[in-house]
Design a protein around this ligand. Structure first.
Ligand code: ZN
Length: 429
């Protein structure tokens, strides 16, 4: 993994090798600027250094977003950004329940409010948080890396190229870019499951409804999605024979096959909003399709992870990628706490009140710390996110799990709370 470098004026420079960063730090010619992602700041006036154009690539997902920065064909940074939309949705509905309860008790009559519609283009807070997470990280990375371009996966498949595909007909060929676009289209059209048995978590293949050997065409209206077993079982038999015992399913398949998928079906509101927001950064934004991402990743021989998907987004993806020694950073959105003064038990009965103070012994909840525990069950060194207590006996959230008790005197601050938790453990999908 490369180290980010900023000069004395806090302008981003090219990344450097960790060994060079260590040397600069030990010689006193640089200081640590941030730990996550690791950034150093140069001291003194350095000669003007030429920076090269870097490109940030984004694969937005509902739970996890992949991020990758490329300098030419070298991957200099990769990260999995984990969103917390579920938590937001949960807290908002809890708040709503409490509000409803409160207004049901002894309160005066409240007249219905009339002007309560959402403005156009409004996204639910849980969805907007994803956009904001990604935008926030693009801005943070632009500040420490000479990023000059953005690539974003916007749609599942190319709607322009697939215009009226049911009518005009396409030559479907597996393994080519066109084939990947077609497959993404079919996955979307048939609901990402085997049409014959409904299997979802298996390898899905493109299947000819009317078999090729019996004169079936390669048109999209003759293609569907099936699991390997069903594909082999059906083989080259006619669909009427294969589904002779299930007339309802046969009717449904033949009906769906004829109807072209509307463009809107493949467009995701969150991704469009992200695209609009990224354009406001005044960097050129290249958009790619899910089909092309998959094609590039397969061509480059990379495993299926969010950050490798991100590195494969768009037409600008280089022919070969220098992907060795990439250690992805896991960035988990944690929010910045709440303003709740009174904590209740599950029945809504108040059990404790928040202290007026947030800082205890120099630490706040959310700080990333290194704790060196001399004894006890968790003796050893741990790096994690802190939850502070007034008593000075803290808790720590690490990739291996919760560690408690952690006394404040054993904690060393690494980075202040910035709304995210960091680790180098990859266990997200
Ligand atoms: Zn099946």
């Amino acid at each position: 993994m490369r180290v980010f470098v900023v000069n004395q004026d806090k302008k981003p420079l090219n990344t450097c090798h960790p060994a060079k960063a260590r040397k600069l730090l030990s010689l006193g010619r640089a200081a640590v600027w941030r730990h996550y992602p690791f950034t150093i700041i140069l001291k003194g006036k350095e000669r003007p250094i030429v920076t090269t154009e870097h490109r940030i690539k984004i694969d937005p997902g509902s739970k996890t977003t992949g991020l990758a920065i490329l300098n030419g064909n070298r991957v200099v940074f990769a990260a999995n950004l984990i969103h917390h939309g579920d938590t937001i949705r949960k807290t908002i509905s809890e708040r709503r329940a409490v509000r409803r309860n409160r207004r049901h008790r002894q309160t005066r009559y409240r007249k219905c409010r009339f002007n309560r519609s959402q403005p156009k283009g409004w996204l639910a807070p849980s969805l907007m948080s994803r956009v904001n997470n990604i935008l926030s990280w693009v801005k943070r990375l632009v500040a420490i890396c000479p990023i000059r371009a953005i690539s974003q996966e916007l749609v599942r498949f190319d709607t322009q190229k697939l215009q009226n595909p049911e009518i005009s007909g396409v030559e479907y060929q597996q393994g080519e870019l066109w084939g990947y676009e077609v497959k993404e289209y079919l996955l979307e059209k048939w609901g990402r499951q085997c049409v014959y048995c409904g299997a979802t978590d298996t390898q899905l293949e493109v299947e000819h409804i009317h078999p090729r050997s019996k004169g079936g065409s390669n048109r999209l209206s003759n293609l569907t999605i099936a699991c390997r077993d069903c594909n082999l079982n059906k083989s080259n038999s006619k669909i009427k024979n294969f589904l002779s015992g299930k007339p309802d399913l046969l009717q449904r398949i033949l009906k769906i096959a004829k109807v072209p998928l509307k463009d809107a079906a493949a467009v995701n509101a969150t991704r469009w909003e992200l695209y609009r927001q990224l354009q406001s950064l005044e960097l050129p934004v290249e958009v790619g399709t899910g089909g092309r991402t998959k094609y590039n990743r397969t061509r480059l021989g990379l495993p299926k992870t969010h950050y490798w998907d991100a590195a494969s987004v768009g037409e600008s993806t280089p022919k070969n990628l220098r992907a060795a020694k990439v250690k992805p950073l896991t960035i988990k959105a944690m929010g910045r706490g709440n303003r709740q003064i009174c904590t209740t038990n599950k029945h809504g009965f108040p059990i404790r009140h928040r202290t007026r103070c947030k800082t205890f012994y120099g630490f706040r909840t959310g700080d990333m710390v290194r704790a060196i525990l001399p004894q006890g069950k968790f003796a050893g060194t741990h790096i994690g996110r802190l939850t502070v207590r007034k008593s000075g006996v803290f808790e720590m959230n690490t990739p291996k799990g919760k560690i408690t008790p952690v006394r404040h005197k054993y904690c060393q601050l690494i980075q202040r709370n910035d709304g995210y938790m960091y680790s180098f453990v990859v266990d997200v999908q």
